[in-house]
Design a protein around this ligand. Structure first.
Ligand SMILES: Nc1ncnc2c1ncn2[C@@H]1O[C@H](COP(=O)(O)OP(=O)(O)OP(=O)(O)O)[C@@H](O)[C@H]1O
Length: 304
């Protein structure tokens, strides 16, 4: 990923083993100023990876550099200081349920020295969390979407340089999802900010992510710029004989590197360069690939 850009976070060969699951040799970078989207099926290891990156779980091997410093080589105070520059938002709103929005702000201001109340209040107004007496509502009275917005407002107002968001749009309606994405986009406009966002709603990542990292069974199955998926990759829809012809000619993928998925009446073939494919096989249909398409082929596709 963009070796010429400074990285806010760099993970090298990160391994975390649980009984029955392991995150194996994950290497990943979050270049400064960019959004990295993390995708994968349920249980692929996204949350475990995020927790390992933030030092919330001890890794068994590999290392993590946060803002250029090796987390393992630091003492607790230095690690905590670096960690304070990262805003983490989990899928569940973790504030005490009886606290009001205003009290959450007060608690955050005590916890985060860089917490900016004006920024917090501006964000809350923008997202409809406050105004018209709404600020006196307690956390338990907030809907799931409101709880997510409140966590985001706190993380952004805390002066974070890097946001790590675990499924920030899950369970939200499309309008609220767009609002949340808009707020992240506006936050990203300030220089030097980055984000790692996991999601099962890949259409959200298509709107916001600059890079995509795909996890499968605890390993990185694909890591690339989103533009590569949008502009270059394709899904060819082929009949059996057409597929065999394309595979035997070896122009699309070397033997052992093609990904093929059988559908009811045809086969799908993952194509890394759809323009070259169209030139080589002008009579065969090849569509643009979405993140979902690529995920299905990479994870469920047969290797040919
Ligand atoms: N503390 C733990 N002890 C043992 N196993 C764990 C622990 N935390 C996670 N796991 C296991 O690690 C695997 C990956 O879980 P993880 O929550 O990271 O996946 P995920 O990709 O975030 O899934 P989802 O999309 O469903 O949220 C699962 O099999 C889970 O049971």
């Amino acid at each position: 990923m963009r070796p010429e850009t400074e990285s806010d976070l760099r993970a090298v060969d990160v391994t975390k083993r649980y009984p029955g699951f392991s995150l194996e040799g994950v290497t990943l970078e979050i270049p400064r100023g960019f959004v990295v989207g993390l995708v994968g099926q349920n249980g692929a290891g996204k949350t475990t990876l995020m927790r390992a990156l933030l030092g919330s779980v001890r890794v068994d091997a590999g290392h993590v550099e946060l803002f250029g410093q090796d987390l393992c080589a630091l003492g607790d105070p230095q690690r905590a200081a670096l960690r304070a520059r990262v805003g983490y938002v989990g899928a569940i709103c973790s504030y005490p349920p009886t606290m009001t929005v205003a009290q959450v702000a007060h608690m955050s201001a005590l916890a985060f020295p860089r917490f900016d109340r004006e920024v917090f209040e501006g964000l809350c107004r923008r997202l409809g969390l406050t105004g018209g007496g709404k600020g006196s509502r307690s956390v338990k009275e907030l809907s799931r979407g409101m709880g997510m917005k409140l966590q985001l407002c706190c993380a952004m107002a805390a002066g974070s340089d890097l946001l790590v968001l675990d499924e920030p749009t899950s369970g939200l309606d499309p309008i609220v999802r767009d609002e949340v994405l808009d707020v992240i986009r506006v936050w990203m406009e300030a220089e030097g900010r980055s984000a790692l966002i996991s999601s099962h709603i890949t259409s959200d990542l298509e709107k916001i992510a600059d890079y995509v990292v795909m996890l499968d069974g605890g390993r990185v199955a694909l890591s690339c710029a989103r533009d590569v998926i949008d502009d270059e990759m394709g899904i060819a829809h082929l009949r059996g004989a057409e597929l065999e012809r394309v595979l035997s000619e070896g122009r699309v993928a070397a033997p052992g590197e093609a990904r093929v998925l059988k559908r009811d009446l045809s086969f799908e073939l993952l194509v890394s360069d759809r323009t070259a494919f169209a030139r080589a096989y002008p009579d065969y249909v090849c569509d643009r690939a979405t993140i979902d398409d690529v995920m299905a082929l990479m994870i469920k596709g047969e290797v040919r």
